[in-house]
Ligand binder design. Structure first.
Ligand code: GUN
Ligand code: ZN
Length: 471
């Protein structure tokens, strides 16, 4: 069916500016594409003047209206998330990356060789992330081809836009969870790519993505093979970089001839404009320059970087270098499946960076802060969650905002009824916030960022299809 959406639409105009489209109508055709955006338009006017120009008849149009206290916002893009780690959300103790992998992560991922378990975990992961407004996810699966393929099948059937990567790791993992050789790793990755090509030939919704876990877990042969596969297929690549100091030290030991971590990927043909690098916490200056020169992108994961005491990624510094940055939950390094949570934590982490040593007070105030400029505003992190993320996954022409020709990946956000005529006892469960009605739109959106959650995400669409509705 054709669809029309009417009311207030909010999206990012540029990094630090939101655009508010009030009393607007957006028409979405049967394929999920936005074909008209009409200001000053209500349902009656749409029927009279808009439908005839589109060749629509009112009987064949589904209408969704954002009422007072509601607005449409682009769906969130999670540029870095591990679907098989979903059962471990919130469970990480006081570990840091390398012991966390061995203690929590590898055992859980290995257990998803059981397809019935994989189905349960992946179904819930997709349902949960959709409920949080994640319309696109860049997923790491596991090393298992059948379970990886199942994740792609479920994304397609449940309607979540996704990049699904079979994890490549032929060293450093435990015996029970490892690709046996580089050749076997490459063959398995090819098998999964073929499967996904088969279920979604045009990559309309689900695309494969090459996924070397990270340099320490891949032999030179595996990295080089994946680099060749990238050149051959043009597929995107996702991996981790410079998340934790011990990990960076390990890379220096394992790749003594490489200048730095980014050079390892570059030397194997894995650092290009379609590469998504997660974390990027401890990069050197020329390393970041190389990433910028190659056009590679960064997934900023503030929840994970805080939970695993990895560090504070310098997002402003990356942006200043012209590197595209999106947000990642890095579930379950991050404890939350919510991109909104990642967004608000991105602002807090940026505040800590701005403070530097001052935050410790007293005589230990030695480390200089990055200063006020490091701070990210709520407008900026919403950009990272939508348009920034779209650029990171290479879909900036299709998703991340409301423009004619783009696809309808959106969420209806409800802040609660506004206005004087709302009875006190007419309050529904809109979560953690009270909205009184006198707030301006900037203040309302700020409240959403800082106090909102999935209770505010009322409806979610991907390519025009309703994929979640909060009852
Ligand atoms: N580095 C290698 N594997 C992982 C992982 O699963 N999560 C995170 N956060 N970092 C990694
Ligand atoms: Zn990760």
């Amino acid at each position: 069916r054709n669809q029309i959406f009417i009311g207030t639409f909010i999206h990012s105009k540029k990094l630090d500016e939101l655009e508010y489209l009030h009393d607007t109508a957006i028409c979405v055709d049967k394929t999920g594409k936005i074909i008209a955006i009409e200001p000053q338009c209500d349902q009656k006017k749409a029927e009279m003047s808009l439908y005839p120009t589109l060749g629509w008849s009112a009987a064949d149009v589904a209408v969704t209206i954002a009422k007072d206290g509601q607005f449409f916002f682009p769906g969130f893009i999670d540029t870095h998330v591990h679907a098989p780690q979903y059962p471990n959300v919130g469970v990480f103790g006081k570990s840091t990356l390398l012991d966390w992998l061995n203690t929590y992560t590898f055992p859980m991922e290995a257990s998803l060789s059981d397809l019935s378990k994989a189905r349960k975990v992946y179904t819930r992961c997709i349902r949960r992330t959709l409920a949080h407004g994640t319309t696109t996810a860049a997923y790491y699966a596991t090393i298992h081809v059948p379970a990886t393929n199942l994740l792609a099948d479920l994304c397609l059937s449940m309607g979540q836009r996704a990049f699904v990567g079979r994890v490549c790791m032929d060293r450093m993992g435990p015996d029970y969870y490892l690709d046996e050789t580089a050749d076997e790793a490459l063959a398995a990755s090819r098998a999964s790519i073929e499967h996904i090509r088969g279920i979604d030939p045009g990559f309309a919704l689900v695309s494969p993505i090459l996924t070397p876990r990270f340099a320490p877990a891949c032999s030179e042969g595996a990295l080089a093979g994946l680099g060749r596969l990238q050149r051959e297929t043009g597929l995107p690549v996702q991996t981790h970089i410079s998340e934790n100091r011990s990990e960076v030290g390990l890379v220096r030991e394992l790749f003594p001839r490489s200048r730095h971590y980014a050079a390892v990927y570059d030397e194997h043909g894995l650092l290009g404009p379609r590469t998504i690098l997660a974390h990027a916490v401890h990069l050197g200056d020329d390393e970041a320059d190389l990433i910028a020169a190659r056009g590679a992108k960064v997934a900023h994961c503030p929840c994970s970087n805080s939970a695993l005491t990895s560090g504070e990624a310098r997002v402003r510094w990356l942006l200043d270098k012209g590197i595209a940055v999106g947000l990642g939950t890095d579930m379950s390094g991050g404890y939350s499946p919510s991109v909104l949570e990642a967004a608000r934590l991105a602002t807090l982490v940026s505040n800590h960076l701005a403070m530097g040593g001052e935050r410790r007070g007293g005589e230990d105030a030695s480390a200089p802060g990055e200063g006020e400029r490091a701070k990210l505003s709520f407008e900026e992190v919403l950009y990272l969650a939508t348009r920034g993320g779209a650029e990171v996954v290479g879909l900036q022409d299709r998703i991340g905002g409301f423009r004619v020709g783009m696809e309808w990946d959106a969420q209806l956000v409800s802040l609660g009824a506004l206005g004087d005529d709302v009875a006190e006892d007419d309050m529904q469960d809109y979560g953690n916030m009270d909205v009184f009605g006198w707030e301006n739109w900037d203040e309302r959106v700020a409240k959403w960022v800082y106090t909102g959650d999935d209770r505010n995400t009322t409806m979610v669409w991907v390519r025009g299809r309703l994929v979640h509705e909060r009852k």
